[in-house]
Design a protein around this ligand. Structure first.
Ligand SMILES: CCCCCCCCC/C=C/C(=O)SCCNC(=O)CCNC(=O)[C@H](O)C(C)(C)COP(=O)(O)OP(=O)(O)OC[C@H]1O[C@@H](n2cnc3c(N)ncnc32)[C@H](O)[C@@H]1OP(=O)(O)O
Ligand SMILES: NC(=O)C1=CN([C@@H]2O[C@H](COP(=O)(O)OP(=O)(O)OC[C@H]3O[C@@H](n4cnc5c(N)ncnc54)[C@H](OP(=O)(O)O)[C@@H]3O)[C@@H](O)[C@H]2O)C=CC1
Length: 295
């Protein structure tokens, strides 16, 4: 199938994709290399990075380097950006895709679990943005895309990721305004349920397949569908788009289905108003359990 974008669209451009060794990040790096960019993929595990970089470089026409970095570590982030600048002489395109979470009721998330997710998704993303800006984009401009999630109605069973992605969406808007003057555009992409090896492994028991049939599109999204949206936002075709969030979810964020189902209950009793002229309040509705919850 012919590519969507003009060949050579990103020729001469230097890109950094965090979490670029696997899944969505790999698809983004792949499209950028296909369009001529010099891409660096960075994450914690060396093996997927090495393999991705080798395969993408072999496919060309751009090239792909890899670099081990934990975005939670400030020193790693500094070294990562410095390495790209020393090797490729610039950093035009940044994709903050590295991130993750785990499924848990909010009541059961440990403090360390909360911190791990917030420090990765929010603080890590901020640190990479700030470092790229300080070391290069402030002087030379650029385009940034932050990958977030479908957290628009909250994120039951993934409160930590919901909170961190909503914060990144807000950060995206702030940076879009603060850095407009520097010629830097900053946008977000919010994937819905995307079939990646990692998503399939982390949402076990066929959950993704099960969810797919209940989505408006009646299927999960593909990593390439997210990558295409990211490439558009990085491209000159989006030169007047900044501070935006592009939802790549087949309308799932507008639809009621969520990971968490609220069981039948009557524990949110209605307000019945003050006692009327007779001095008697409306009769209480609901079961004894419901009345227990009036406070
Ligand atoms: C239709 C609609 C439907 C929709 C349904 C589908 C929606 C899909 C939406 C999104 C999908 C994806 O993003 S899928 C792709 C993303 N990939 C992932 O999320 C991969 C898994 N996640 C990670 O590895 C993450 O990086 C992360 C959770 C932050 C782990 O980071 P670390 O490596 O630092 O982890 P550790 O040091 O081992 O752990 C740090 C703390 O976190 C806790 N922790 C870690 N994993 C835990 C777990 N599974 N359950 C409980 N707690 C956990 C540990 O117990 C530690 O706390 P203490 O024990 O207290 O010390
Ligand atoms: N698949 C989906 O349905 C959705 C995914 N997303 C988000 O999109 C992004 C990509 O997800 P997907 O491709 O599915 O899953 P992956 O698990 O394949 O991608 C996450 C990537 O982030 C990297 N990463 C995680 N923590 C760090 C860290 N501390 N420092 C550097 N890199 C890190 C991982 O590599 P390593 O572990 O080696 O560091 C991995 O390559 C994630 O942020 C995910 O949460 C959002 C909405 C939906």
């Amino acid at each position: 199938m012919a590519g969507l974008f003009s060949p050579g669209l990103f020729a001469g451009k230097v890109a950094l994709v965090t979490g670029g060794g696997t899944g969505i990040g790999r698809a983004i790096a792949g499209q950028l290399v296909e369009l001529g960019a010099a891409v660096t993929v960075a994450a914690r595990r060396p093996e997927p990075l090495r393999q991705t970089a080798a395969e993408l470089t072999a496919a060309g026409p751009g090239r792909c380097h890899h670099l081990q970095a934990d975005i939670r570590r400030e020193q790693d982030v500094l070294r990562m950006v410095e390495t790209v600048l020393e090797r490729d002489g610039a950093l035009h395109l940044l994709v903050n895709n590295g991130g993750g979470q785990f499924v848990s009721p909010a009541a059961d998330i440990s403090r360390n679990g909360w911190r791990a997710v917030i420090e990765t998704n929010l603080t890590g993303t901020f640190t990479v943005c700030q470092t790229a800006h300080r070391l290069h984009m402030r002087q030379h401009g650029g385009a940034v895309v932050n990958i977030i999630a479908d957290m628009f109605r909250g994120f039951p069973l993934m409160a930590h990721t919901g909170a961190s992605r909503a914060a990144v969406e807000n950060l995206t808007r702030t940076l879009a305004v603060e850095w407009a003057h520097d010629g830097v555009r900053v946008n977000a992409v919010a994937p819905g349920v995307i079939y990646s090896a990692s998503a399939a492994a982390n949402y076990a028991d066929g959950l993704l397949e099960q969810c797919a049939g209940e989505l408006p599109a009646r299927r999960c999204g593909t990593t390439h569908e997210v990558a295409a949206a990211v490439c558009f936002l990085l491209s000159p075709g989006a030169s007047y788009v900044s501070g935006a969030t592009l939802r790549v979810d087949g309308a799932a964020s507008l639809y009621a289905r969520q990971l968490h189902r609220v069981p039948a209950h009557d524990r949110l009793p209605p307000y019945r108003g003050r006692a009327g002229p007779t001095g008697r309040a409306e009769p209480a509705a609901g079961s004894g359990r419901s009345r227990d919850r009036e406070w």
